[in-house]
Structure formats: structure tokens, C-alpha cells
Ligand binder design. Structure first.
Ligand code: PGA
Length: 253
């Protein structure tokens, strides 16, 4: 059985004190009412070491939102995969559409980041997704297929076991406009088929594919009910404990 996962992506929100408060609140909420899925919070770099102390020994996993495409050295302002790992984090989000669009992250750069993250023992939440014009032109499968091939197809089947995929249609991120659960299912089934072709049925069956884009407590249950949707990558709604918990609870009967 592949893992069900709800992961939060805090983006560039919350100062350190606010982040610690949110993690502490979530920890209490999940201690009182255990989740039916894996729960991960991905925070700004500066929060990681402190939040690691808060969530240590709990069900909550911790991740970064990015890491460098270089191993170490004179890259002022960058944070390496090894540095992320040393904070206690176990995950890193790579390939988020905001990184691709605003920071020029290409498939090649992302390939380097994925390799370094895996080499340093991090699990990767790898984001893929089309923009609105691409969907309107019916090119979403082509675009997503190329994103997978461009950054992941040099990996071994063994390495793929540490990759979680997140399908995030760019037109649904932070817009309040969610993909329908059928649109999500169609794309997730396509993605699983591509992974099957490249890495085989066993890897495809084991790979968790999350949906992301305006996921909230009111729509999570419908989206998560689809056979190829294994959870969510949550932006805005991960910033409030009650909303994030409401999405986690969508995995309950
Ligand atoms: P959103 O963001 O939930 O605020 O749409 C999702 C994401 O970008 O991961």
C-alpha cells in the first residue's frame, strides 16, 4: 500500500516565532487526535532547526521548500541539501511552480537538486503541473510528462522510492480555483502510467502522488476519494492549524 500524505508548504510566510507556534499547535492537535496519514510540514530554511525540535518524536515530518543545485562552497545565500538534512528535516520540496516561474529553475537544474537531495538522504516532494494556457490547449499531459522526464528519468527504480510527486496545476495554486476531482484523477492516472512505463509497475504502485492547488477542508475529501490521489500539498490552508487539520481529517471515514 502506498503512503497517504498531507504536506504543508508554508512558502515565505510566518516569522520564526509564528512558525514555532503553528508547529506547536499542530503537534497538540495531532497528539489529541492521531492522523490516518503521514503529515509533513515544509517550512522556510530559517525555521527548520527550531521546528525540528518541536516535532521530534511526533508523527509530524519536516521538510524544506528548496535546496541548492550545488553541493557546497562559494554560493552566497544558498542552502545545500546536506545543510537541510543537518537540521533534522527529512524532506525537501523541489520543482515548485513558483521556483520554476520566478527563479528560472529548469528541468536540468532540478535534476541536480533532486540528485543532491537523494544523495543526502532526503525524500523529495517533486512538483509538476501545467499553466492555464497549456491546459486550454490540451497540452497538460505533454507538459507534465516532459517535467517528469526532464528531471527524474535518470534515477534508478530504487531512488524513485524516495520521490513523492505533487501534481499542482499552476492555475489552481493560490487562486481559489481547484481542479475538479475528476481532472485530478485523470492527471494522476496519467502520471502513474508514465512512472510505470519508465520504472515498472512496482514503483508506480508505490509512488504517492499528491494533489496541490487551493485544497481546503471543504474539497479535500472529494479529491482524496479518487483512486490515484494519495494526498495533498497544501499552501494557504497549511497556515492555519484548524484548516490543515481539517484536510488531514479528510482521510478519516
Ligand atoms: P495553495 O498552494 O494550497 O495555496 O493553492 C499549494 C502549493 O503551492 O503548494
Amino acid at each position: 500500500m502506498r503512503k497517504k500524505i498531507v504536506a504543508g508548504n508554508w512558502k515565505m510566510n510566518l516569522n520564526l516565532q509564528e512558525g514555532v507556534a503553528l508547529a506547536t499547535e499542530l503537534k497538540a492537535a495531532l497528539a489529541a487526535d492521531a492522523p490516518n496519514c503521514d503529515v509533513v510540514i515544509c517550512t522556510p530554511f530559517i525555521h527548520l532547526a527550531t521546528v525540528a525540535g518541536v516535532v521530534e518524536g511526533t508523527v509530524i515530518g519536516l521538510g524544506a521548500e528548496n535546496c541548492a543545485d550545488k553541493e557546497k562552497g562559494a554560493y552566497t545565500g544558498e542552502v545545500s541539501a546536506a545543510q537541510v538534512k543537518s537540521t533534522g528535516a527529512q524532506y525537501v520540496i523541489l520543482g515548485h511552480s513558483e521556483r520554476r516561474a520566478y527563479y528560472g529553475e529548469t528541468a536540468e537544474i532540478l535534476k541536480e537538486k533532486v540528485n543532491l537531495a537523494l544523495a543526502n538522504g532526503l525524500k523529495v516532494i517533486f512538483c509538476i503541473g501545467e499553466v492555464l494556457e497549456e491546459r486550454e490547449a490540451g497540452k497538460q499531459n505533454e507538459v507534465v510528462g516532459a517535467q517528469l522526464a526532464g528531471s527524474l528519468y535518470d534515477l534508478t527504480a530504487e531512488q524513485m522510492k524516495n520521490i513523492i510527486l505533487a501534481y499542482e496545476p499552476v492555475w489552481a495554486i493560490g487562486t481559489g480555483k481547484t481542479a475538479t476531482s475528476d481532472q485530478a484523477q485523470d492527471m494522476h492516472a496519467f502520471i502513474r502510467g508514465e512512472i510505470c512505463k519508465k520504472f515498472g509497475a512496482e514503483v508506480a504502485e508505490q509512488t504517492s502522488i499528491l494533489y496541490g492547488g487551493s485544497c481546503k477542508p471543504s474539497n479535500a475529501k472529494d479529491i482524496f476519494s479518487k483512486p490515484d490521489v494519495d494526498g495533498g500539498l497544501i499552501g494557504g490552508a497549511a497556515l492555519k492549524c484548524a484548516d490543515f487539520k481539517g484536510i488531514i481529517d479528510a482521510w478519516k471515514a
